[in-house]
Design a protein around this ligand. Sequence first.
Ligand code: NCD
Ligand code: ZN
Length: 343
Amino acid sequence: MLTLTQPDDWHLHLRDGISMTSIIPATSRCFARALVMPNLKPPITTCAQALDYRKRICAATAPTSHFNPLMTLYLTDNTPIAEIAKAKDSTHIMGVKYYPAGATTHSEAGVTDLRRVWTILEAMQTYELPLSIHGEVTATSIDIFDREKIFIEQILDPLLDDFPKLRVVLEHITTLEAVEYVFSKNHHLAATITAHHLLMNRNELFNGGIRPHHYCLPVLKRESHRQALLMAATSGNPKFFLGTDSAPHAVGAKESACGCAGIYTAPAALELYAEAFEQVQALDKLEGFASFYGADFYRLPRNTETVTLEKRTWQMPPDFDFGKEKVVPLRAGANIYWQQVQT
Ligand code: NCD
Ligand code: ZN
């Protein structure tokens, strides 16, 4: 048995409408809070939209649940500066998400050039409002496996030189270079790590055939990078914390000639992290990573309830309802080695 302070998920895609209603319980069964990504279609670009979206999430959450969704704004070339001041004053809006235009699912409206949002970044630095970053360059001339590393060199490092006090979360890091970079910088820079990047290397994209349900962005990397992520997540360094990037898509959108990016891990998220931490005999480091460091970074109180995991093998269902469609989770039809004890 493993009992932890209730964790939070600092990077989550909840989608909207009836699809959202079907997937909220997978997260709220375990996590107290989640930082909800704004990449809807159309994106959540204003505080009013974020607060409306939050109301829809709360309305779709079981009345008995204490799940608290925390919101982000989608940064565009045209984000008005007034939204940043409003976001700073909102208890429900925790930060702003920077998608380089074209970097990932629903990022078309993202930032084309950081110089276009300079005054926004200045305001965020002043207000100490965190910037969440999808850290990949988008040029097709750059190999997809190098896009995070090049982003750090060409975009992030100059950005942090210009804004040394900007509070930044480099989301879903996937490489040794990102791990080293985050370790090397001050406490204003942190990173989230997903369960799937801790458990899988890029061979899983092609294991016996092409595996659309293992395709996400940033794409899985080679084993040495996975090892670096495991080291960082289990280091006890508070700059690294849990963000699942659980990103459901309808089965037809994944199993397609041009399948979209995103892995749905919410139905076993904490259990998958426990499996990864156990691989390196570091279960004692899971609570800090899952339950403390994210809350500390976002300057929120740590949770007071607990969750308990039991070492018990069970089988992940082949799919779940996703509105009128189905979504295939990670490990569909296969074993999960930890299970949350229902209280
Ligand atoms: C995410 C999605 O589907 O919204 N996809 C993914 O592969 N991670 C977007 C993102 O976080 O990049
Ligand atoms: Zn994401």
